[in-house]
Structure formats: C-alpha cells, structure tokens
Design a protein around this ligand. Sequence first.
Ligand code: DNO
Length: 342
Amino acid sequence: MQLAFRWYGETDPVPVRHIAQIPGVRTVVASLYDVPPGVAWDREQVLAVKAAIEEVGLTFDIVESVPVHEDIKLGRDTRDDLFATYCRDLTLLGEVGVSVVAYNFIPLYDWLRTDLALELPDGSTALAYDESELPPEIDPWAEGWPAYPPRVEPIDDLRRAYRDMDKATLREHLVTFLEAIVPTAEAAGVRLAIHPDDPPWSVFGIPRVATDRDDLSFLLDAVPSPANGLTLCVGSLGASPTNDVVAMAAEFHDRTHFVHARNVAHVGPRHFHEVAHPPEYGDVDLVAVLGALHERGWSGFVRPDHGRMIWGEQGKPGYGLYDRALGASFLNGVWHGLDARP
Ligand code: DNO
C-alpha cells in the first residue's frame, strides 16, 4: 500500500506542508480544480501543482479527477472532440509522472449528501444522506455543493437530456468512452480508476452505472485492459448494505489502482452518515478490506477519504486535516500489522 492524501491546491485551507507531516503519507492526490470539463489541461499549471507537492518532499502520482464532460455521458456528437481532449490530458499527465487518474461517470452529480454537518454524539460533525430529506430536484451548482466541477450548461437542459436515458444506454456511453481513451492511457503509462457512484443507486430517476459488483464487473470486462481500473471507494459502495466491499476488494484487486478508505454507518433504507475510520464506528470494515488486498500482494494507492470535523476545525466538508490524518494513521497501523503477520 502507498499512502496518499488529497489536497485541493493553494486555496485548500490545509497547506500541503501539513500533509507532509502526517506519518506514512508519501504522495498527494490533486487536480486542476478550476478547469471546466472538456477544456484541455495546461502543462504549466500541472507542473506548478507538481512543484508545490515536491517542494515539501512528497510526490504527485494521482490525479482526482479529470472530470468527464456531460456530452460524453449523454453520447452527444461533440464527444469525439472531447475524447481527443481527454486523451491529450492523459498523455500530458503521463509525461509529468502521474500514474493514476480517477474519474466518475455519474450523470449530473458527483457525491450527494443531504447534510454536510450532521452532529454526532461526540460533538464531531459528519456528512450524511437521508433520501427522505432529498428535495425532488436540486441544482448542485446553485446549492454550492462542494464536489462539483464548474457548470457546463443550464441544469434544466441536462436534466431533460438525461430524463429518458436508461441504464443500458449510459453503460454503452461509458464503454465507448473507455474504448476511446484506454489505448492512450496504456501508451501514457496511466491507469484509469473509475470512482463508484455515491450514493450507489439511482437518484432523481437518473441512471447510474457504477453502483455494485455487477456494474464494476461489467465495465472491467467490457474493456479488459489493466489501464481500465477502479477507485475502490469503500464508503461509497458501502453505503448500500447489499454491497460486500470486502468481496469486491478480493475479486477486483488486480484492477484496483486506488482505494478511498472511509467508514459509514447505516441508519435505515437509503439513509447513512459517515463516521471515523475504525470498523467499530460503522458498517464498513476497513481492516477486512485492507486484509483482502494485502493477502493478494496488492501494492496500490490508498487515501483516507472523508473525515469528520473534529477539534473545532473549520474547512471543506469531508476534507479537514485532523480526522483524515487520524484516518491515515489508522490505515498505516493496520497495514503495518498486516505486514507483521506470519
Ligand atoms: C468525494 C470524492 C469524489 C471523487 C470523484 C471522482 O469526496 O471521492 O468527489 O473525487 O467522484 O471523480
């Protein structure tokens, strides 16, 4: 396992030099967060991110994400140009030494929550989702949700365009996208790592194609190259009680290039909240997930995913320093323990 930590760049309230102080963390996950989907990345900007990371003694191996333009998910005519741009980005990232690129294929939304600061009994706050509290429609940009790349077109047009799309069609669009970009990823030495849908079910009647074991198996088999791989986000997948994330780690270990490690507590149907990383706080057993990977000789990247807000920290929801750093130390300790097993 190689321990990674996400950084939102110079505007992140968490300075990269603080990340360098977390034991065991070697590499930083970053992106060009302000570049709209479909716009080619600029080499100088990428090199500036790399330089900032290397200056504190860390490496820049993972980009999360190169966002996928909605036209690609919609299968519109413009997609060929967008594939070409995506391929240029992958080539550039390979040239500067990035080896894993995460992305998602969620129509319209990235991760979705109904509460960004649910107070837990110990006074910490966490991200939560309760579908009974979800309005019939939301505009993630208007709401100021933290996870979204810049808006590309009016939300109503996008909603209308997705309204009649079924899952099979969205899957076809994903496969077409992969077929167009995987050869370039291979040549660039970059491994793609699709992030599962969060939450892992269809929301607002819009299809989703990375929700469970069968979805992941389908997309991996459709383009059977090691460059077509997974971000095993155990918290996203684990939000559904029917997803066995330990079994997925065992089954997909050789296509898992990146693990997002966090824990969630199931409250009821389509209702969960996030908790501290150790298994006793929730329903995702990170020890068992890491065990399944370790046992198979896995050596990919892991980052602590969302943390709670603790010790009065103010910051980007899910991405404060303190609880993620505790998560990193937990992961590090678990891995050392696994290494020490006879
Ligand atoms: C949430 C993250 C996601 C992830 C994207 C990948 O905190 O795990 O926003 O970065 O879905 O494209």
